[in-house]
Design a protein around this ligand. Structure first.
Ligand code: ATP
Ligand code: MG
Length: 422
């Protein structure tokens, strides 16, 4: 992608209501555009990150054997009354039609998925059933804040599992827990697993996934190197105690909840009579679990966890492009055209190999290009200038490193390939 063709532009201005690092950098770099408090448009660079995070999640959910579906955001009132949640869930957005009929904008989908699966479930042979979706959720948050971390409209992956027995549910739950850990690791962040209370569910157990950053709202008791964590409020241990996991002293730090999984028992399947017949023809209510990942929040969390004072630092797995190719324009025509044609060549060769390249072909100063490259935060920067061409080379620098080196033009494709395969 040539940067001159990118319709979003970087800006030096800090958005006046940017209350967090992710709000500031994502907006300044033109990844997102705020439409109102808690509601964002995703622009080309931001959308590419979002799609990559979604692809990782799809891969892991498909790996669990779950099937992807898509349920509506616009939901009828009746199932919400049936589960007693129409009047009790404070963040539920309610809409009134011109016909007088009322609807909910889905903050979650138990009220839809449970009767849906109930429509198809007959016998124990149908179980387990695991379905998931990647979809937009709506929550009437009292205070939308911290950029994309707490929105009123946001992306979520929600998976629902239905089982014949508690053992089967727990077996799947453990597999889901591991798949979640892989999702976060593949997105370049470490998530701590916190045993949590079940919120408004009366289920047996629940786990939250927390990424430690100062932008977090939750207080977590954990160690730097371990994944064991407890919520500070409900903790049986105290700050300074040795972690049962690795003996390191526990500290109370703040985390962002990037995922939450629940054993729902029969809380919803009972209400909608989601039953199956066993080997002997006896009817049983299915056991149910639900598993959520805040996708847009996860993108914001990656920014919070990986950045420096100059901008974002995307891991190559979710970076909008792998390489930021920067040409330093020369004054004289002949040099300029040599730089241009070297860049065209590098760009074409990399694209041919499937390497995603953002080429800063703008007519602006080197300082502005470098500052924007740091802000946008692609993992690898390749600079072509009159100076580097004297050595038949480019300047090669990773975003997280202060060092750069010269790499011969003819070695670029191979070096990039090696780096991407690491
Ligand atoms: P929180 O405690 O932060 O309000 P929650 O526990 O109510 O979140 P869940 O119902 O567990 O949220 O939703 C699943 C996931 O969706 C959360 O783990 C979080 O990552 C994400 N999420 C929840 N609310 C929001 C929001 N307002 N904006 C963005 N992501 C959200
Ligand atoms: Mg939660």
């Amino acid at each position: 992608m040539r940067q001159t063709r990118l319709f979003s532009k970087t800006t030096k201005q800090t958005p006046h209501d940017a209350d967090s690092v992710n709000a500031r950098f994502l907006t300044q770099a033109g990844f997102v555009h705020q439409e109102m408090a808690g509601v964002y448009s995703w622009l080309p660079l931001g959308l590419r990150v979002l799609r990559k995070v979604e692809a990782i999640i799809r891969d892991e959910m498909d790996g669990l054997g779950a099937q992807e579906i898509l349920m509506p955001a616009l939901q009828p009132k009746e199932p919400w009354e049936k589960t007693d949640r129409w009047d009790t869930v404070d963040i539920l957005f309610k809409i009134k039609s011109q016909t007088g009929k009322e609807y909910a904008l889905g903050p979650t989908h138990e009220e839809i998925v449970t009767p849906l699966v109930g429509d198809f479930l007959r016998s124990y042979k149908d179980l387990p059933i695991t379905v998931y979706q990647i979809q937009t959720k709506y929550r009437d948050e009292l205070r939308a804040k911290s950029g994309v971390l707490r929105g009123r409209e946001f992306g979520m992956k929600d998976l629902y599992s239905f089982h014949a027995t508690q053992e089967d549910l727990e077996d799947f739950y453990q597999k889901a827990l591991k798949a979640y850990a892989r999702v976060y690791a593949r997105c370049g962040v470490q998530a701590k697993v916190v045993e949590a209370s079940g919120g408004d569910f009366t289920e047996k157990f629940s786990h939250e996934f927390q990424v430690i950053t100062p932008a977090g709202e939750d207080k977590i008791l954990t160690t730097e190197n371990g994944t064991f964590a407890q919520n500070c409020e409900i903790a049986t241990l105290r700050e300074g105690d040795a972690s049962p996991e690795n003996g390191e002293p526990l500290a109370c730090v703040t985390g962002v909840e990037v995922g939450n999984i629940f054993d729902l028992g029969c809380r919803f399947s009972e209400v909608f009579d989601v039953a199956f017949s066993d080997e002997n023809g006896e009817r049983h209510i299915a056991k149910m679990g639900c598993y959520g990942i805040g996708i847009t929040r996860l993108v914001g969390t990656i920014v919070e966890a990986l950045h420096d004072e100059n901008g974002m630092r995307w891991p190559k797995s979710v970076a909008p492009y792998h390489v930021h190719l920067i040409t330093i324009n020369a004054k004289d025509e002949e040099t300029l055209s040599r730089i241009q044609s070297a860049a065209e060549d590098v760009y074409a060769q990399l694209e041919k190999e499937g390497v995603e390249v953002l080429w800063d072909d703008r007519d602006v100063s080197p300082g502005e290009k470098f500052a924007d490259a740091d802000l946008i935060g692609l993992p690898l920067r390749i600079v072509i200038s009159e100076k580097t061409l004297k050595e038949d080379s480019v300047e090669w620098k990773f975003r997280e490193s202060k060092e750069n080196e010269l790499v011969k033009l003819q070695d670029i494709v191979e070096n990039v390939g090696t780096w991407l395969a690491e």
